[in-house]
Design a binder for this molecule. Structure first.
Ligand code: 6GU
Length: 256
């Protein structure tokens, strides 16, 4: 997987990506990362890349030409028109399924905006995907690009040591991951659940599955709606909900 990032802050991208698991994958040659400085394509005296918006309004815009030339330098070098992701709060919200799908590409370009945005005309010409990482506003596209590259990377074969864990963690089947414990057996008076010490693998699997479903029901009920549960499991969820409600009612009574 070759990532190419169009940015005004190349060092931010390189520092971030050369660390930890993505750094190791770059060293192994499974990933490559290139940060192209858009400012290098501003052919004016002060290497200026921004200007005022026509029609007025707050802030400055990134101009079309330097962005276009920076993009073209990549397209020419790799000899094809790659997919270009523009990071914007107006885009489609990033999701694990998008990471999985984008991991199939050979080359991906990320376009990071700054100031109040980028001249619409260059976006129309080069952008193939408009992506947001959630409903909040950031100062630029670099962090969202790194978020996307991190999650896409771990879907690339060989990047994770244990290839299994790419899909068995949170969001596999729309369920959150179960809780995990390591030594010591007791810490701050809290004991590791007995079942995990039992060595009974079927029971451990059953417990973990139940914990995943419980967690999802409690913390991300929105995910649970599209989760892959058996009829028996759906009935259990209904039962828990009923119990929870009764317990809450009981607590209300005690408080009165
Ligand atoms: Cl992709 N970009 C910016 N600037 N802000 C965001 C975002 C992206 N996603 C959420 N907020």
């Amino acid at each position: 997987m070759n990532f190419h990032v169009l940015t005004l802050f190349p060092e931010m991208i390189l520092q971030g990506m050369n660390t930890s698991i993505t750094g190791r994958a770059i060293a192994k040659g499974l990933l490559s990362i290139e940060a192209v400085n858009i400012r290098d394509f501003a052919f004016n005296k002060h290497q200026k890349v921004d200007d005022y918006p026509y029609g007025g309004g707050a802030g400055m815009l990134m101009q079309a030409e330097p962005v276009y030339l920076a993009y073209e330098s990549i397209a020419e070098r790799i000899g094809k028109k790659p997919r270009v992701v523009f990071l914007t709060p107006q885009g489609k919200v990033f999701h694990q399924s998008m990471a999985r799908e984008m991991a199939q590409e050979e080359d991906l370009v990320f376009l990071c905006g700054h100031y109040e945005g980028i001249d619409e005309r260059v976006l129309e010409e080069i952008v193939t995907d408009y992506v947001s990482i959630g409903d909040y506003v950031l100062t630029g596209g670099e962090l969202p690009a790194m978020v996307m590259m991190d999650s896409i990377s771990r879907m690339v074969p060989g990047v994770l040591n244990n290839q299994e864990s790419g899909e068995t963690e949170s969001f596999a089947g729309n369920l959150l991951e179960y809780p995990q414990y390591s030594r010591p057996e007791e810490w701050h008076g809290k004991k590791v659940p007995d079942v995990l010490l039992s060595g009974h693998h079927a029971n451990i699997e059953k417990w973990r599955r139940e914990q995943s479903i419980l967690r999802t029901a409690k913390w991300r009920p929105d995910l649970l709606k599209s989760a892959d549960l058996t009829n028996k499991e759906w009935n259990e969820v209904r039962q828990w909900k009923k119990q929870g409600k009764e317990e809450a009612d009981q607590k209300d009574k005690e408080e009165i």
